[in-house]
Design a protein around this ligand. Structure first.
Ligand SMILES: [Zn+2]
Length: 227
C-alpha cells in the first residue's frame, strides 16, 4: 500500500497539476479524469432521479463489485454530515466506486478528513468536492445553542461545537438554515485555500469545491455558489 501510494504521488508530481477535463489520469492511464462540470451534472441528474422517485440504483451489481476489486476511480468527493437521513449514495443515486465520502457530524473539517479528501484527489483522481449541509442539522443546532448559552457540550461533542463556533461568531443572529449554509461555505473556503495539495488545483481551474444544502422535506440538493 505504501509503495503504490508513494509511486502514484511521484508520478502525479512529475507530470504536474495542469491536467484538465478528460485528460488521462497518470496514476491510472486507463481512466479519464471526470471534469468538475461533468461531475456536477452527474450529481444533479442523480439527485433529480432521487427526488422524482426514479432511482436507478446504478453500480450495485455483483459484476460491478467484481470490476472494482482492482481499483477505484470515484468521480466526486463528498464531505457530508453523519446524519442518518442524508446518505450521499442514496440522495445522488450512485453506486459502488462512484463517490469518495467523508462523513462527520456538522460536515466539519478535521485533519483526518482533509487527509482523506487529499487522497481522493491525489491518488484516486477525483476533481470535484461537495461540502454537503442539510436542513434540521442537529450538530449545527446544538452548536448554536451551546454557544448562545456560553456552555459546553458533553464529552467529545464539544469538538464539533469548537469547529462550528467561528461560523456562529461571524454570522450573528442567523437562523439554522442560514448558519448551516454559512458553515458549509466556511468549509468550502478552507478546502479551496488548503495547501499544499488542494489550493493549486483549485487555482488552476482543474478542480472545483462547492457547497450543497440538502432539504429533508423535498430530498433536493441546492448547490451553493456554483462558481
Ligand atoms: Zn447534520
Amino acid at each position: 500500500m505504501k509503495t503504490s501510494l508513494a509511486s502514484c504521488l511521484v508520478v502525479i508530481t512529475l507530470l504536474g497539476a495542469n491536467r484538465l477535463g478528460q485528460a488521462a489520469d497518470p496514476a491510472h492511464p486507463d481512466q479519464p479524469l471526470v471534469a468538475p462540470a461533468d461531475a456536477l451534472s452527474r450529481l444533479k441528474e442523480g439527485n433529480a432521479r432521487y427526488t422524482s422517485g426514479n432511482l436507478q440504483h446504478p453500480g450495485q451489481t455483483t459484476e460491478r463489485r467484481a470490476e472494482l476489486t482492482k481499483s477505484q476511480h470515484p468521480f466526486a468527493i463528498i464531505l457530508s454530515c453523519s446524519d442518518s437521513r442524508v446518505p450521499p449514495e442514496i440522495v445522488f443515486d450512485e453506486g459502488l466506486g462512484d463517490l469518495f465520502i467523508v462523513r462527520v457530524a456538522g460536515n466539519v473539517l478535521n485533519d483526518e478528513g482533509l487527509g482523506s479528501i487529499e487522497y481522493g484527489v491525489e491518488v484516486l483522481g477525483a476533481r470535484f468536492i461537495v461540502v454537503l449541509g442539510h436542513s434540521s442539522c442537529g450538530a449545527v443546532d446544538a452548536a448554536m445553542k451551546t454557544v448562545a448559552a456560553k456552555g459546553k457540550a458533553p464529552g467529545h461533542i464539544q469538538s464539533l461545537v469548537t469547529a462550528i463556533k467561528p461560523v456562529i461568531n461571524s454570522t450573528p443572529k442567523a437562523d439554522l438554515e442560514t448558519m448551516t449554509k454559512a458553515n458549509a461555505k466556511h468549509v468550502v473556503d478552507a478546502l479551496r485555500s488548503s495547501t499544499p495539495i488542494l489550493k493549486a488545483r483549485v487555482d488552476s481551474g482543474e478542480m472545483k469545491v462547492i457547497g450543497g444544502y440538502y432539504s429533508l422535506d423535498t430530498g433536493a440538493v441546492t448547490f451553493l455558489d456554483e462558481k
